[in-house]
Design a protein around this ligand. Structure first.
Ligand code: SAM
Length: 282
């Protein structure tokens, strides 16, 4: 960090810089270096260990695409598990649906505490929703022990550095599979493949060996620079992916959910992958 710029430290040869208008909070938590600052373009910004996590202005791209494609595709989601996601943005999108329960397993309680305090617009009351259950635990431990079953599991993790490393390993995905209902869907944050090809390649290799239906869909997130981000999609059932446009449209319209990025056309188009991404999926 220089005087008034936040310089992302994610990549060796490429850097994103955001002007810091005002630092709201900066501390080392038990798990990571956390900063919340204000930027003239993106509003309030959360970064962990030198990597942008979310911003008030562009969070909707990412959080809408984590939650709505699996929930609208499935059509009858009652229970959702979110691993990570301490800012509450994914939780907020999930709770826009009439789900019975959303369990969020976050390793770092300080992320939740400070997101509630400094980024309330991102969670928009989701932490207080009676359907929310917060578990402060390593996600790998939770999925290896829980007896609960979920219709959708969303891995809203940091990059595979520090506490999130284990969230990119095969054993973790195996345990997620065990926690899914028969038609359940696993969604994974799998990075920006133009810059993080190994990450996407490894995630896909694991999903391919574990799930009959596996693949990626894309979302462009302005502060996750480098082109499309990919989200992993894995299920025992191929019915979810095969949902028709008409059915998606009916579900989306009936839900009354207002979205800024997601719509049924985007849903279907997001599964069209450019060749450089297909290639790393083998
Ligand atoms: N989408 C964001 C990104 O990629 O930049 C991630 C947002 S969210 C803040 C990521 C959260 O994952 C963090 O709050 C972090 O504490 C949490 N996390 C990292 N490793 C974890 C683990 N092993 N179990 C549960 N949560 C974890």
């Amino acid at each position: 960090m220089t005087d008034s710029w936040f310089e992302e430290t994610l990549y060796a040869n490429f850097q994103l810089r955001l002007r810091i208008n005002n630092v709201l909070h900066h501390q080392k938590t038990d798990y990571q270096d956390l900063i919340v600052f204000e930027n003239g373009q993106f509003g309030r910004v959360l970064a962990l260990d030198g990597a942008i996590q979310t911003t008030e202005a562009d969070e909707f791209f990412y959080h809408e695409m984590l939650a709505h494609p699996p929930i609208f595709a499935h059509g009858d989601v009652k229970r959702v598990l979110i691993v990570g996601g301490g800012d509450g943005g994914a939780l907020e999108e999930v709770l826009k649906h009439p789900v019975e329960k959303a369990v969020m397993v976050e390793i770092d309680p300080t992320v939740i505490k400070l997101s509630k305090k400094y980024l309330p617009a991102i969670s928009a009351g989701a932490f207080e929703d009676p359907r929310t259950e917060i578990v402060i635990q390593d996600g790998t431990k939770f999925v290896s022990e829980t007896k609960e079953r979920f219709d959708v599991i969303v891995i809203d993790s940091t990059d595979p550095i520090g506490p999130a490393t284990a969230l990119f390993q095969k054993t973790f995905y195996e345990n997620c599979k065990r926690c899914l209902t028969e038609k359940g869907i696993l969604i994974t944050q799998s990075g920006v493949p133009f810059l993080q090809a190994d990450e996407a390649r490894d995630v896909h290799r694991h999903l391919r060996t574990l799930f009959p239906d596996h693949g990626f869909y894309t979302v462009p997130v302005p502060t996750y620079s480098g082109g499309f981000m990919v989200l992993g999609w894995a299920s025992r059932s191929d019915q979810n992916r095969a949902v028709s446009r008409d059915r998606l449209e009916r579900r989306y319209t009936a839900s009354g959910i207002a979205t800024r990025y997601y719509n049924p056309d985007i849903h279907l188009a997001a599964f069209a992958l450019p060749n450089y991404i297909r290639e790393l999926m083998g």
